[in-house]
Write a protein that binds this ligand. Structure first.
Ligand SMILES: Nc1nc2c(ncn2[C@@H]2O[C@H](COP(=O)(O)OP(=O)(O)OP(=O)(O)O)[C@@H](O)[C@H]2O)c(=O)[nH]1
Ligand SMILES: [Mg+2]
Length: 455
């Protein structure tokens, strides 16, 4: 078991005022330290997984009435003795109790240290520990679903199964090396070849799930770009279903970018309304806004090119499309105010690639939402399977894929076992790094430092 030697303490709930605040202690002395400040039953004598009402006191001075929850090693989140003190959620009380714990011998926990200990004690593997952080920060249904799948070990099981099969073969091949004089083959080459092929397909599937995983975890930025008065702010409001941005018939109404989030079927979209782009404006503030719009366009995942079907020309539209393409963003052409000209007339003039709406009359807005969703998910998200959402995992999977491709190429060229073994070992290493079976202390510290304090 991991020897944490020090007992750590931290606030587990968000700082600030709340009905309840929870302070967590973990380590060999967690219960003894709690007993020193807890007036009630002696916690050391109580059974694990029990709750106890009592008071926290600094000598004679009562600080709060609390409930202490007791989790004895190894049946706790960290695998160590854990005491959670639920007190009233006052900043003052929370600070006092934490300070008291430190006085009695605890040390302040580092970011992610509880989860790091859980990992070191074998409660979770590394991919699961990272899923804890993702779960806490999940803001949409899809992000939550992916994180809970990984936390429950879905991804880890897949990787473990792959690793075990590879280990079996690498052991056989290495055994052959011991008998190199005798020219024997313990590892059936056809079987190995099939295995490598299957693994490559599997890894490739995981790798390609990352573009969706990234969308799920970080959301999608959608910039609404177009000439003044095209109806960009009206469209933002229609998509959000609230009067968020000011709308007027004065060209140049929106001067700064406005950002709001919209959840479509569990995916988070960050909609950005921008200042209408016109090239020659003498207004300094407007021209700063225009520059900002262009920058926003470059950073967006999807650009909605909005045009007024009654005033735009196909030539203008082509130019707008070219600009967005040069910026490297996906674009969606949307013709607005189609109610005036009529959708069929608009199609005849601007083509069928564009999507025709009326932002003001909320015509075709639901369809536009669906279209946005389809653009990033290519239809349905299958939340049952594993979706890779973590950049570190993604990078490692690419390395695994590369090493396996080397094994395959080596077999195609009849390379000797020792060379195959090298590439197999390399792919095992990268697989093992994801779940933390092989990893260095520095790397662990880095990964856990990105967690919040108290987790
Ligand atoms: N007829 C009609 N008018 C619309 C429609 N959508 C927006 N408008 C009107 O067009 C005008 C401009 O709308 P805005 O949303 O302010 O346009 P914008 O693109 O944000 O303009 P700037 O912020 O100045 O760049 C307003 O008077 C809207 O009421 C529509 O679908 N049909
Ligand atoms: Mg506007």
């Amino acid at each position: 078991m991991y020897q944490g030697n020090e007992t750590i303490v931290a606030l587990a709930t968000p700082p600030g005022i709340g009905a309840i605040g929870v302070i967590r202690l973990s380590g060999d002395d967690a219960i003894t330290i709690a007993d020193k400040i807890f007036k009630g039953k002696c916690l050391s004598e109580q059974a694990t997984h029990t709750l106890h009402f009592g008071k926290i006191a600094d000598g004679e001075r009562i600080i709060d009435e609390v409930v202490a929850s007791l989790f004895k090693a190894p049946k706790s989140y960290t695998g160590e003795d854990v005491v959670e003190i639920s007190c009233h959620g006052s900043q003052y009380i929370l600070e006092q109790i934490i300070n008291l714990c430190i006085d009695k011998g605890a040390v302040m926990a580092k970011a992610g240290e509880f989860t790091q200990r859980a990992f070191l004690n074998g409660k979770l593997d590394l991919a699961q520990a990272e899923a804890v952080a993702d779960l806490i920060s999940s803001e949409s249904g899809a992000a939550h679903q992916a994180a809970i799948h990984n936390l429950r070990g879905g991804f880890s099981h897949e990787l473990k199964a792959m690793r075990e099969e590879l280990i079996k073969f690498s052991a056989l091949i290495e055994l052959e090396l011991d008998f190199s004089q005798e020219d024997v083959e313990f590892a059936d080459r056809t079987q190995l070849y099939n295995l490598i092929n299957n693994l490559i397909t599997h890894i490739q599937k995981l790798i390609s799930s990352f573009s969706l995983g990234n969308v799920i975890k970080n959301g999608v930025s959608v910039a609404i770009i177009g000439k003044p008065n095209a109806g960009k702010s009206t469209l933002l409001n229609a998509l959000l279903n609230e009067e968020r941005a000011i709308v007027s018939d004065i060209a140049g109404t929106t001067r700064d970018t406005i950002e709001e989030t919209l959840n479509i079927n569990g995916i988070l979209f960050r909609l950005i309304d921008t200042a209408g782009i016109r090239e020659h404006t003498s207004d300094i503030i407007e021209s700063i806004g225009v520059q900002r719009s262009k920058d926003t366009m470059k950073k967006a995942d999807i650009v909605i090119c909005l045009f007024d079907v009654n005033t735009a020309t196909p030539k203008e539209l082509d130019q707008q499309r070219r600009e967005v393409q040069e910026a490297g963003a996906k674009y969606l052409l949307v013709g607005n105010k189609a109610n005036q000209l009529g959708v069929e007339n608009a199609k005849a003039e601007f083509g069928t690639e564009a999507f025709y709406i009326s932002a003001r009359d909320k015509h075709n807005i639901e369809q536009l939402r669906e279209e946005l969703y389809k653009r990033v998910t290519s239809g349905n998200i299958n939340t049952e399977g594993t979706i890779v959402t973590n950049l570190r995992h993604y990078n490692n999977l690419k390395e695994v894929g590369r090493s396996l491709a080397e094994v395959k190429a080596g077999m195609d060229n009849n390379l000797p076992g020792d060379l195959l073994a090298l590439d197999i070992r390399r792919s095992l290493h990268y697989l093992g790094e994801i779940t933390g079976e092989v990893t260095t202390e520095d790397k662990l510290d880095y990964i856990f430092s990105k967690f919040c304090i108290g987790k």
